[in-house]
Design a protein around this ligand. Structure first.
Ligand SMILES: C[S@@+](CC[C@H](N)C(=O)[O-])C[C@H]1O[C@@H](n2cnc3c(N)ncnc32)[C@H](O)[C@@H]1O
Length: 274
């Protein structure tokens, strides 16, 4: 398979950036997430297709924050699936994330990974696991019929929000919280400014993407008519794991941590109940 045979459009290609960031973290002296499977998958893709991961130019800050946000989202899922061993997990825009392996949920949990058909094909090839794979555009109305509607559910949207145009993120979430009886939603938030500024990020620039969506107030989703209530907003500049960030990223992150407004422009985890 040559790189063009990966057949990914630029938005889909962002999954290789997050995969690569987790792969690099796993090779760091003090990994934050330690996802060695991500590294194995990235190596296999590079071998099979000649894909040049280095062209994505992930900065040390991106590697550290991607690993940390994944770790915090995994914590939410582990807690939820421990409390509800019959739960449904729905990972929207899953890319090639190895989350179900990392979280190792109880046997009674049904895990649904959702992404475009091109990405689902890649997942089948590089990450065959026991999760249900839904090949769909999450903004389409019908795919959620594949989900059981009588069990507690935790919905994840990591790295997805900025790529969904207009109101389509909130519409997709509203559809899900209407179908699913009760549960939680966890995502990494982007402020409007952070989403806008993403297009100047060297890695995103390398992929030629400029569409970007975000919201500032963590309580805004409570007004989406989706039955969401904010459980917590975690500002990751204040996480203890920052101690493992490489310098000078660590020093800068600790400086930013003094300001809530500036910390919100960085990585934050938003957690809701519905
Ligand atoms: C930055 S990647 C994140 C992937 C994964 N969540 C991770 O953390 O590695 C964004 C992902 O969202 C997916 N995506 C974007 N828009 C989508 C849509 N409308 N429907 C389904 N997936 C979508 C892309 O294909 C890509 O896999």
């Amino acid at each position: 398979m040559s790189p063009q045979h990966l057949r990914l459009d630029p938005v889909q290609e962002t999954l290789l950036l997050t995969l690569y960031a987790r792969a690099l973290d796993s090779k760091a002296p003090t990994p934050i997430l330690g996802d060695t499977l991500a590294a194995a998958v990235a190596d296999r893709i590079a071998e099979d297709t000649g894909y040049d991961f280095a062209k994505l130019k992930p900065k040390p800050s991106l590697v550290a924050s991607t690993a940390l946000r994944a770790r915090r989202i995994d914590d939410v899922i582990r807690r939820f699936t421990t409390a509800h061993p019959d739960a449904v997990v729905v990972d929207l825009g899953c890319g090639l994330d190895t989350r179900s392996t990392r979280c190792a949920p109880p046997a009674g949990v049904d895990w649904y990974d959702v992404d475009f058909p091109e990405v689902a094909d890649l997942r089948r090839r590089y990450l065959p696991d026991r999760s249900h794979l839904v090949a769909a555009d999450v903004t389409e109305p019908d795919w959620s019929r594949a989900l059981p509607d009588d069990r507690p559910a935790v919905v994840v949207a990591e790295g997805l929000l900025p790529f969904l145009p207009g109101d389509s993120f909130r519409t997709a979430i509203r559809r899900l919280t209407t179908r699913l009886p009760a549960g939680e939603l966890v995502l990494n938030g982007y402020t409007r400014f952070a989403a806008w500024a993403m297009k100047y990020h060297p890695s995103i620039k390398a992929l030629g993407i400029d569409a970007a969506q975000g919201f500032d107030d963590p309580r805004e989703p409570e007004h989406w008519n989706a039955g969401l209530t904010l459980v917590a907003e975690q500002l990751l500049t204040r996480a203890p794991e920052v101690a493992a960030f490489p310098q000078p990223v660590r020093a800068l992150t600790r400086l930013i941590a003094h300001s809530t407004a500036l910390s919100r422009q960085g990585t934050r985890i938003l957690h809701y109940r519905f």
